[in-house]
Design a protein around this ligand. Structure first.
Ligand SMILES: [Zn+2]
Length: 86
């Protein structure tokens, strides 16, 4: 059975089984980066530090490349289910 490949994050392919963990780590990393930039005195408005894992699944924010179909088996990715699992 295929563990669907659902998109790209940081130039790495993401599989459905690992997306929740990856997005949790990614949101934490973005927030750490923003905190570092802000404490270095850089524009605090530019460096948001309230990213949540779900933000990466908002196509308008463009934080992750989200596939419509799994490139290996062709199945349509059910983003609604994925979002509910995050
Ligand atoms: Zn698949």
């Amino acid at each position: 059975m295929c563990d669907h490949t659902i998109g790209y994050l940081d130039d790495e392919l993401v599989q459905q089984s690992e997306v929740a963990d990856k997005l949790k780590n990614e949101a934490a990393a973005y927030n750490r980066h923003s905190d570092n930039m802000r404490s270095a005195g850089l524009d605090y408005k530019k460096y948001k530090n309230n990213y949540r894992p779900k933000d990466f699944l908002d196509r308008r924010k463009g934080l992750m490349t989200m596939f419509n179909n799994c490139p290996y088996c062709g199945k349509e990715i059910n983003w609604r289910d994925i979002k509910e699992s995050i």
